[in-house]
Design a protein around this ligand. Structure first.
Ligand code: ADP
Ligand code: MG
Length: 894
């Protein structure tokens, strides 16, 4: 019988594995918004989003509500890694009956304790008594927390049943009671569970502790979860401590097969049968009871105490955890067992002593093993959700069972290692209970609040309100109008250049064409076949050496002809004369489809003798010099026009082209009657806005931040392309870098130390923003990026970096949307429509690859131009295809 009893208390390893799986499933259930209400493992958000980093300092008051006691603690932190906090305690016994009285009486009593404690305690180094004294409130009951300082009591437990508290905000109740005591300098800043306090206590020397297990009368655990998984809280970035409330694990029956008859008896006799089934297997409140029921059952089966009177065992609670611990902790024989049993009034034989000891060991060993199952579930869950192959983590430990049972730690380590071999947990004993931890939570909350204010101050100027964006939209409308006006054109910052493209494709275009693409990242020559079956092409990329970009115009165009000849030779096209479309992505004053005066170079080109010249003529001259006679240049176009045309081939509604790549620009179909700079009033013409220069006349000065000004000043064209410098790929990374430098200087990042790499211009690439802003699993990549910049980043640094990138890319998308809103609203009004339905052809790597840019752009546009239905089409090879289509449309028209 003894063997059978012992076996029933021993859970096989594979069953432990299954149990761990169930625990993980239940954790997910508790975290999910949909299933949270039914979940047994509640996974309550605590709104504690950071662990101490050791810089915390100041005086903090802690009040801890315990069983029969109120503990008050004053903790002074010195910003020294929390190595040597100064602590002063006072413990107050609770008056008889107050645990069942009115809630107000309980909180008044707590406030009196605080008042009395403060009266007796001299607080060191606070200059004035005016100084605020933040208070952390340790409240070990199940609460629905909605902020760090807002928590509604869900239910009392542990013998408390004060009226009028359930459903109320207990922080508010405590603060009111404190105010009544005229302790107006005391602010209740944080409320937390004792488990959380334990976790925080174990964070010293900047060594994070991200799990705590309290193995006490009850049992509970908390850990730092990825915030976006904690769906009950609004936080989506960073981490948040979750109070698992794992004591209720198994209340839905998942543990039924491991319950022994002794467990069932304990459960039936408890005040809450059917609830807290896990806790009733592992909490020290129950372990003595389990042993007692086992002894009763075994005596009935005549396996113990034969013939003796065991009436004493019938009394609930006689067998305490202390008795159990005394029995099992003593390794030398059974003398101690005998003593304990005799004190209880039993007369054990030598054999009884041995058997009782075995039963006690089995019951407590099982409790330790089950703690390990829970811990393993947390470990594996953290490892998986952090996308790590291995996890190393510190676990704060506290509680009567942990401290009292000599083999607890060993079992917890070994079993959790077996169940979660990918994780390595280091157990840290909590020394000063939850009091110091509560002070640290409070301190961290204040540190974060101060940091939040400082971050908002830095990022505030980049955050645009709706009114700001409406103003940008209105200014763009104004500048567009100026740019189109015959007499105002010269002073407008948006040039609104006519392109002499008056039709978008209709899909009937056919033929073979040559195309050139200059002004993007690469110079390319293409041959494009437009057939009934669709468009196909072949192309070759050619390098333009910097020496040629910055040499003479003749050298540049000679080089271009050389490339064309090379391409035609390779493609066997030397004998044919194909119409050529030239995508030339620099601002040009076009006077015909094949006549375009270069207004200014951009993007690093400076070839001499070109500005003011007809680019098509420069190309023809070079062909002439090179004796290349088979060149028929039909059209010169901007890449925005190419993009619009290429999308227009498949979508007749596509009347806008947008580029968000190295630079940004847009074009759209404008009514000729509005184009004051070209003769004629009939039909439409595509206008190349050159909107990158929007603001160059000062009209956007109010939105430029310090960072924008610094970035602008360090470019090769200061004061120029001001709108582009807020939006496009060439600049966003550099804006982020400038912000990082300022934040580091303000000690908000990287512990105030910027690496010399970070101080290098343009080292922070815009593509980093894409990686960093990718949600979910990108944390490791953020670390990789930062490591490459020689920056040693904490988790919080990574989160802040993401926030900076988000602010910069969001602003870029919003500004781009404001520009587009001006365009579509202008089209809608011109056409006298209540609603406009239009498509935008888009090209550019930033738009295409950034994870949020296009969505932010579209959302903002919908908001700013609610009467326009705008759809976006990605252009594929707009420059090549578009150039061919412009040539085709031109040939057809001719
Ligand atoms: P271009 O505009 O010169 O034709 P692209 O459209 O390819 O060229 O845009 C190049 C720009 O895109 C570069 O300035 C670069 O900063 C940016 N970029 C490159 N990769 C990414 C990425 N993954 N996410 C966001 N931006 C990127
Ligand atoms: Mg391009």
């Amino acid at each position: 019988q003894i063997q059978r009893a012992l076996r029933s208390l021993c859970i096989p390893l594979e069953r432990l594995h299954i149990m761990k799986g169930h625990m993980m499933q239940d954790m997910c259930k508790g975290l999910s918004r949909q299933t949270h209400a039914q979940a047994k493992v509640r996974m309550l958000p605590t709104y504690i989003c950071s662990t101490p980093n050791g810089t915390e300092k100041g005086n903090f008051l802690v009040v801890e509500l315990c069983q029969n006691q109120v503990r008050t603690v004053l903790v002074t932190l010195y910003g020294d890694g929390n190595m040597s906090p100064q602590m002063m305690y006072k413990i107050f016994d609770m008056p008889e009956g107050i645990m069942q009285s009115e809630g107000e009486a309980l909180f008044d009593f707590i406030a009196q304790c605080v008042s009395q404690f403060l009266a007796e305690t001299t607080i060191s180094d606070t200059g004035s008594s005016e100084e605020r004294l933040p208070l952390g409130f340790v409240f070990p009951f199940t609460c629905r927390q909605t902020q760090l300082d807002k928590a509604e009591l869900l239910s009392w437990s542990k013998g408390f049943s004060c009226s009028g508290v359930v459903g109320k905000d207990v922080v508010q109740m405590l603060q009111s009671a404190i105010n009544k005591q005229e302790l107006s300098r005391v602010d209740v800043v944080a409320l937390m569970n004792d488990t959380v306090g334990t976790m925080m206590t174990c964070c010293t020397e900047g060594r994070p502790c991200e799990i705590a297990v309290v193995a006490d009368k009850g049992s509970n655990c908390c850990f730092m979860a990825e915030a976006y998984l904690v769906e009950m809280a609004e936080e989506t970035s960073g981490r948040m401590c979750v109070n698992t409330e794992w004591g209720c694990f198994g209340d839905d029956g998942t543990l039924n097969d491991i319950f022994t008859p002794y467990d069932e008896s304990v459960n039936e006799e408890s005040s809450n049968p059917g609830e807290k089934r896990f806790e009733k297997l592992v909490g020290t409140l129950y372990l003595g009871e389990i042993v007692r029921h086992a002894l009763i059952a075994l005596t009935a089966e005549k396996a113990l105490f034969t013939g003796a009177n065991i009436a004493v065992l019938k009394e609930k609670g006689v067998f305490t955890i202390q008795h159990v611990l005394d029995i099992i902790n003593n390794e030398n024989g059974t003398t101690e067992v005998k003593r304990v049993l005799e004190v209880l009034g039993l007369q054990p034989s030598e054999r009884d002593c041995g058997r009782v000891q075995q039963i006690c060991r089995a019951v407590v060993g099982r409790a330790a093993t089950l703690h390990a199952v829970g811990l393993a579930a947390i470990l594996s869950y953290m490892c998986q959700t952090r996308d790590m192959e291995t996890l190393m983590v510190n676990v704060g430990m506290d509680g009567e069972l942990y401290k009292g049972y000599s083999r607890f730690e060993e079992i917890l380590q070994t079993v959790s290692r077996l169940l979660s071999p990918e994780c390595l947990a280091t157990l840290l004993p909590s020394r000063d209970g939850s009091g110091r931890g509560a002070a640290m939570v409070t301190a961290v909350a204040l540190r974060l609040a101060a940091q939040r204010r400082a971050v908002n101050e830095v990022l505030g100027p980049l955050r645009l309100t709706r009114a700001d964006l409406e103003k940008v939209q209105a200014l763009m409308r104004q500048e567009m109008e100026q740019g189109l006006g015959k007499h105002t054109n010269a002073t407008a910052s948006v040039r609104m250049l006519p392109t002499y493209v008056s039709h978008t494709p209709d899909g009937t275009e056919r033929g073979d064409f040559l195309a050139l693409d200059l002004g993007g990242t690469n110079f390319r020559v293409l041959v494009v076949h437009v057939t009934e079956e669709g468009i196909s092409m072949a192309s070759e990329i050619y390098v333009i050496p910097t020496a040629i970009m910055r040499g003479t115009g003749e050298e540049l165009f000679d080089h271009i002809i050389d490339c064309i000849v090379d391409f035609q030779t390779k493609q066997n096209l030397m004998t044919q004369t194909l119409p050529l479309g030239f995508t030339f992505s620099f601002p040009c004053q076009q006077v015909g489809l094949d006549k375009a005066l270069l207004l200014t170079w951009t993007k690093g080109f400076t070839a001499s003798g070109c500005v003011g010249q007809d680019v098509v003529q420069l190309l023809r001259d070079a062909a002439h010099r090179k004796q290349h006679s088979g060149l028929q240049v039909v059209a010169l176009l901007n890449d925005t026009v190419g993009t619009m045309m290429s999308c227009g081939y498949d979508d007749p509604k596509c009347e806008i082209g947008l580029i968000v790549g190295t630079g940004t620009n847009a074009c759209y179909m404008e009514d000729m009657r509005n184009v004051g700079t070209v003769e004629g009033d009939q039909g439409r013409m595509c206008i190349n806005m050159e909107w990158g220069a929007f603001g160059d006349n000062g009209c956007l000065d109010h939105i430029f931040t310090h960072f924008d000004k610094v970035v602008d000043e360090t470019t090769i064209n200061p004061g120029k392309q001001r709108f582009e410098k807020l939006i496009s790929g060439m600049y966003l990374g550099e804006i982020v870098r400038q912000i990082l430098l300022v934040m580091t200087e303000k000690q908000l990042l990287f512990q105030g130390r910027a690496s010399s790499k970070l101080q290098t211009r343009n080292i922070f690439q815009t593509k980093f923003l894409s990686t960093i802003e990718l949600n979910g699993l990108a944390l490791r990549q953020i670390q990789t990026i930062l490591n490459e910049l020689d920056l040693n980043a904490s988790f919080e640094d990574s989160m802040l970096l993401r926030e900076v990138c988000q602010a910069v890319s969001l602003r870029a998308a919003q500004l781009c949307a404001a520009g587009l809103a001006a365009v579509v609203e202008n089209m809608r009004e011109n056409r006298g429509l209540d609603r406009l339905s239009v498509s935008v052809g888009v090209d550019g790597t930033l738009y295409k690859l950034h994870p949020c840019f296009s969505q932010n752009l579209q959302n903002t546009l919908k908001d700013l131009a609610p009467n326009c239905d705008v759809s976006f089409r990605l252009s594929e090879d707009g420059s090549g295809k578009g150039a061919a289509l412009v040539a085709a449309v031109a040939c057809r028209a001719a």
